[in-house]
Design a protein around this ligand. Structure first.
Ligand SMILES: [Zn+2]
Ligand SMILES: [Zn+2]
Length: 300
């Protein structure tokens, strides 16, 4: 049974201000004044045409009344907020269903900002290393008999941006406050207020990440350009690793005060197209700024 009044055609109602509105209004000017990579051009096109007649659609008629619903096709581009919202909500529902009635901890591994430029040129390699080094570190501590002595469960969420649109690479991990014994016969419960010592986690994480970085460098899997071009030299790269080894890496570990869902909800803030906050707020309020302020900047 549908709730559409008889014989009426209904299209999806759009929120008052959305990214597509901004792209439709300023996209052409932006394209004229900026050199865009192929992925950025495709993302802009996808965002402005998503769920419009340009992508085609279908007409659904209710079996019980004459209600007609027109739905337009989605672009499925990974930078499109409309499409990603659905993907993320499905992911969240599946992760929520995985939750056990046990305490959980929120552990955050942050990469030093001196790795930002290298990550921009090699995102896949550096992000994969972040997942591996963080998971290896947590699993190592979990297996240690001085801590839990078994296999812990981890869900990890990559964030590449902080509160403001500047690069801030960090991995949020939801970690079980207990472990499964090696033979699978029992659950080993941990302490309710403490998981692992953060300073020790930080040291092991740094060592594992830098060992991984050395490996991918030796395998020729890194590309160097622009601000990182000098690191192509083995001597410079070794010096760079030495600098990274000499600083403290930040690891946070606490019980999430609002439960494990609080950490899973951070999965909503991944894959985001970063839009200049000044631009979006001045458009939202109708404020007339200078040309620079009202031109959204887009980083894919
Ligand atoms: Zn879309
Ligand atoms: Zn975050």
């Amino acid at each position: 049974m549908c709730t559409v009044p008889r014989g009426t055609a209904v299209s999806t109602t759009a929120p008052r201000l959305e990214l597509a509105t901004i792209v439709r209004r300023y996209g052409d000017a932006y394209r004229r004044t900026h050199r865009l990579a192929r992925v950025q051009r495709r993302a802009l096109h996808a965002i402005e045409t998503c769920r419009t007649a340009a992508l085609g659609g279908h007409r659904k008629t209710c079996d019980h009344c004459d209600g007609v619903r027109l739905t337009y096709n989605s672009c499925r581009n990974r930078h499109c907020p409309k499409c990603q919202t659905l993907v993320k909500e499905r992911w969240l529902a599946a992760r929520r269903a995985d939750l056990l009635p046990i305490p959980y901890f929120h552990v955050v591994f942050t990469l030093p900002h001196s790795l930002n430029a290298l990550a921009q040129g090699n995102p896949r390699v550096l992000y994969t290393l972040l997942f591996r080094a963080a998971a290896d570190t947590l699993l190592t501590f979990g297996r240690d008999a001085r801590h839990l002595g078994g296999t812990i469960g981890i869900t990890a969420i990559l964030h590449t941006w902080g509160q403001n649109p500047s690069q801030h690479l960090h991995l949020h991990c939801l970690v079980t406050g207990g472990a499964l014994a090696a033979d699978g016969s029992q659950w080993i419960a941990g302490r309710s207020s403490f998981l692992f010592p953060v300073r020790a986690l930080s040291t092991v994480f740094r060592a594992k990440y830098l060992a991984g970085l050395q490996r991918v460098y030796a395998a020729g899997a890194l590309t160097f350009a622009g601000g990182t071009a000098h690191l192509a030299s083995p001597r410079a790269f070794t010096g760079f690793l030495g600098q990274l080894r000499a600083i403290d890496w930040i690891v946070y570990a606490k019980r999430p005060f609002a439960g494990p869902e609080q950490v899973l909800n951070l999965g909503r803030y991944t894959h985001r197209v970063v839009l200049s906050m000044i631009a979006s707020s001045s458009i939202a309020t109708g404020a007339s700024g200078s040309a620079g302020r009202t031109t959204p900047t887009m980083t894919a």
